[in-house]
Design a protein around this ligand. Sequence first.
Ligand code: AMP
Length: 180
Amino acid sequence: MRNVSDYMKLHIRTVPDWPHAGVQFRDITPLLQNPKTFRVLMDVFVHRYMDAKLDLVAGIDARGFIVGSVLAYELNLGFVPIRKKGKLPFATVSEPYELEYGSATVEMHTDACKKGDRVLLVDDLIATGGTMMAGKKLLERLGATVVEGAVIVDLPELGGSRLVEATGLPIFKVCQFDGL
Ligand code: AMP
C-alpha cells in the first residue's frame, strides 16, 4: 500500500477558486465520507496521541470539531470547542487575528480549561497559521499548556506551520499540498 499521507491525499478534493479567486480549497469531505479513509485518519491521530498524557482536546470551528471530538472520545478525554465570535453562550475569552482579507475573532468559554492542563489543538488545515496561533493564545491565557497542534493538511508555501513552530508549538501534519 501507499504511505498514509498519499492515501489521505487521494481522498481530499481540490476545489479551485473557492471561496475566492486564486484559493485552492482543500475539501476533506470525501475523506470523512468514506468509512475506510475516515478510520485510517482517526487511527493515525489516536496512535500518535494515545500515550501523550493529554488532559483535553480543543478543536477549531468548524472542521476541527469533527476530527477533534472523535479523537477526544477515542482518547477518553474531554473536548473543548474554539468558536467563531458570538456563538458561545457563557463568559468567553476572545482573540482577534488577521485573515487574507480582513480579520476574525475566535472565542472559548472561560471555564473551558484550567491552569496546567495539557491540551492538543486540532484543526483540519493550516495555511497562514493565524487561526492556530489565535487558538493557542486563548488556551494559554487560561493557563493551559498547548502540547502540539494537529492538522490533516499543511500548506507549507503559506508558511503557517513554520511560523507556529517558530513560536515553540510543534505541528503534526498528516499530509501536505504544494501551492496556495
Ligand atoms: P489560516 O488561519 O490561514 O492558517 O487558515 C486556516 C483555517 O482556514 C482553517 O480553519 C481552514 O479550515 C481554513 N482554510 C484556509 N485555507 C484553506 C484552504 N485552502 N482549504 C481549506 N480550508 C482552508
